[in-house]
Design a binder for this molecule. Structure first.
Ligand SMILES: NC(=O)c1ccc[n+]([C@@H]2O[C@H](COP(=O)([O-])OP(=O)(O)OC[C@H]3O[C@@H](n4cnc5c(N)ncnc54)[C@H](OP(=O)(O)O)[C@@H]3O)[C@@H](O)[C@H]2O)c1
Length: 239
């Protein structure tokens, strides 16, 4: 039986890593493409023409998410795994003593905080119609209120904290019907969040994705009435 996955923000970085991992394991993958100027997904499509579906998807935009949902529903009536990965980081410098740019912060919260909720909301009928019923949120240690030490990063950290709350609320609703939400801190990943490839970071996007897909395969071990929040090595994270 075909198993379907949707990965948002799949152009590059961790999202592309997830897409490669799932394709390699035989999944049919809907890869959300935000900017077609990145050619990695097209190259992958040549390798996996029958199982990779490239979908235009701006997770900050209601219409775009709705259209992507309609497309996915035209291909399948069930989605085993949704990986809410797409995000932006925004300003990481301004503190409470600076003049904060609230439009900028709102945009970061709209993409990074609400993006995953928007996509989950559009795809929940398909997810709950699948065998696996799994929603994976790529959160961050930066979303943890319990271990917050930074003095700036307002938009990103507040957005990731809201991703954690999205997980808790959604899990409360779907748990009794066999659904599960799993939140990850993917590690300090070499990716493009800061605008260019951050080679100083601890692990490559492919390595982090491989670890996370390994944990996703064991998702039932982390199931409970509340969602798990773990890193790419399976270590529990503070909420
Ligand atoms: N890197 C780290 O150390 C680290 C640590 C903790 C958590 N994370 C989380 O890991 C996830 C992946 O990030 P990454 O490190 O791989 O960074 P990345 O390379 O910047 O990847 C983020 C992806 O999100 C996409 N995106 C941006 N705006 C979008 C929108 N409006 N709609 C849909 N997609 C959008 C980007 O597309 P474009 O490339 O086309 O702009 C990109 O493909 C994020 O949720 C991030 O917060 C990363």
């Amino acid at each position: 039986m075909k198993q379907y996955v949707c990965v948002t923000g799949a152009d590059r970085g961790l999202g592309l890593g997830f897409t490669k991992q799932f394709l390699n394991k035989g999944y049919h993958v809907f890869a959300g493409q935000y900017m077609s100027s990145w050619k990695e997904l097209e190259a992958l499509h040549a390798e996996y023409p029958d199982t990779l579906y490239i979908v235009d998807l701006d997770i900050s935009n209601d219409e775009s998410v709705k259209k992507a949902g309609q497309y996915i529903s035209s291909v399948t009536d069930s989605l085993d795994i949704l990986v809410n990965n797409g995000a932006i980081i925004g300003d990481t410098k301004k503190t409470i003593y600076d003049e904060l740019d609230f439009d900028h912060i709102l945009n970061v919260i709209n993409v990074t905080g609400l993006g995953g909720l928007r996509v989950t909301n559009a795809l929940i009928p398909l997810i709950m119609n699948s065998e696996t019923k799994l929603i994976v949120n790529i959160s961050s240690e930066a979303g943890s209120i319990g271990q917050c030490t930074r003095k700036a990063w307002y938009g990103y950290m507040m957005a990731k904290a809201s991703v954690n709350m999205h997980a808790a609320i959604t899990q409360n609703m779907i748990y009794e019907d066999g659904g599960q939400v799993l939140n990850f801190h993917p590690g300090w990943v070499q990716s493009y969040m800061s605008g260019e490839l951050n080679t100083a970071a601890a692990i490559s996007a492919d390595e982090s994705a491989e670890n996370l897909v390994g944990l996703i395969a064991r998702h039932k071990e982390f199931a409970g009435s509340a969602p798990a929040f773990i890193d790419n090595l399976g270590n529990p994270q503070l909420w």
